[in-house]
Write a protein that binds this ligand. Structure first.
Ligand code: FES
Ligand code: FE
Length: 389
């Protein structure tokens, strides 16, 4: 892009072009693109896999698909969360075939009953007596144990990374949040790790995960499809996404008491939320698959699980203080607002998906100025994936 040099003050900075091309349609439908994304993105970056509270008890486990790999996240007897590839080291059977569960002591393969401790160590193999290898030496129970996967806990979620050398969590995950909010302490104020799931809705969306990312990043569509949201956040009706400006939170309308479907009062604001954060909504994208929405009294946390080029599961948690959840107070008015937003957004994405393979969209469409920041996502993606033809 042409820029004005400081040594040439006579020339005005050229305005960015009003229309910027998008990715072509194949990026949303081609299985080879999706395979490249699995390999280059989901299997290399930090992937937000589970709410840690879903795996609270020793022996509890959760199975999660990360790219092409099945990953098992297990709480040990020492209370530690660990992640492993969900594959038996004997002859490769899938170890856990249920999505969630709890074992009393060990994990046992349903095929020939090799048994692993909750820390992944091999503890027994039937008819193998003292577990010897071909030379008669004792088997290394760690080397023949489950293959570990890197795991970090942050914001009350377990993030896993399949890369041999995981990228910096501080840079890639925490840094994305700081970059958006402009202050590393801003997210801490919400104490998201202390909150509990008041409601979870799982959406099965017939759309490519990138259509969902792009939709989340812009608000050009807000006036058209989000009547309830624009009522609560009037500036969204102008089409400018809160994500464009560092530290900018969209302000509640003057007559709005809370972030609820009818603008009625919500709950007490979260204890650490500052006056500057009160009555404001902040939206954050953490690549590749997480969106976080911050409002004064709760958090709306989306995690995407891309299944195929044209299907994405989105798990959305509404998080409240322990007191609100324990009291059994009715959260439905605050849930209903973003649930409607989700349904409106996902319907738009699903409506767009089938036409991505049309000949008219081979070269893609255009981004208007209110969407120009999406071009940066496309650039990032093309750099990571390369040109897939
Ligand atoms: Fe698991 Fe044989 S494949 S015990
Ligand atoms: Fe939307």
């Amino acid at each position: 892009m042409e820029t004005t040099s400081h040594s040439d003050p006579g020339r005005a900075t050229p305005a960015p072009p009003a229309l910027i091309p998008t990715l072509g349609g194949k990026w949303y439908v081609d299985d080879r693109v999706f395979a490249a994304e699995q390999e280059q993105l989901f299997e290399r970056m930090w992937f937000c896999a589970s709410r840690t509270g879903d795996i609270a008890q020793p022996g509890q486990f959760k199975r999660v698909q990360v790219g092409r790999e099945s990953v098992l996240i297990v709480r040990g007897r020492d209370e530690q969360l660990r992640a492993f590839l969900n594959i038996c080291r004997h002859r490769g059977a899938m170890l856990c075939t249920e999505d969630t569960g709890q074992v009393r002591r060990n994990l046992q393969c349903p095929y020939h009953a090799w048994t692993y401790a909750l820390d992944g160590t091999l503890v027994a193999a039937p008819n193998m007596g003292a577990l010897k290898d071909a030379t008669g030496a004792d088997i290394d129970r760690v080397a023949y144990g489950l293959v570990p996967v890197a795991l970090r806990e942050w914001l009350g979620y377990a993030w896993v990374c399949l890369a041999d050398e995981p990228p910096s969590f501080e840079h890639d995950v925490m840094g994305a949040v700081t970059e958006r909010l402009g202050d590393p302490a801003a997210i801490d104020a919400y104490e998201i790790d202390t909150l509990e799931v008041g409601r979870r809705v799982v959406y099965d969306v017939a759309a490519n995960w990138k259509l969902i990312v792009e939709n989340f990043m812009e608000c050009y569509h807000c006036a058209t499809i989000h009547p309830e949201l624009t009522e609560v956040l009037p500036e969204f009706a102008q089409g400018l996404a809160a994500q464009v400006f560092v530290g900018h939170g969209a302000e509640f309308g003057p007559d709005i008491a809370g972030f609820t479907v009818d603008g009625s009062p919500g709950f007490d604001r979260l204890p650490g939320v500052t006056p500057e954060q009160d009555r404001r909504y902040f939206a954050i994208t953490i690549r590749p698959t997480v969106f976080v929405n911050l409002v004064p009294d709760h958090i709306i946390f989306h995690r995407m699980f891309p299944v195929s080029a044209d299907r994405t599961i989105v798990e959305c948690d509404w998080l409240y203080t322990k007191d609100v959840v324990a009291s059994g107070r009715d959260v439905s008015r605050s849930v209903e607002l973003f649930h409607r937003v989700n349904e409106q957004d996902f319907a738009a994405c699903a409506r767009t998906q089938p036409t991505m393979s049309s000949r008219s969209y081979r070269k893609g469409g255009v981004l208007v100025p209110a969407e120009h920041h999406i071009a940066e996502f496309h650039e990032w993606l093309s750099c990571r994936i390369g040109d897939v033809r």
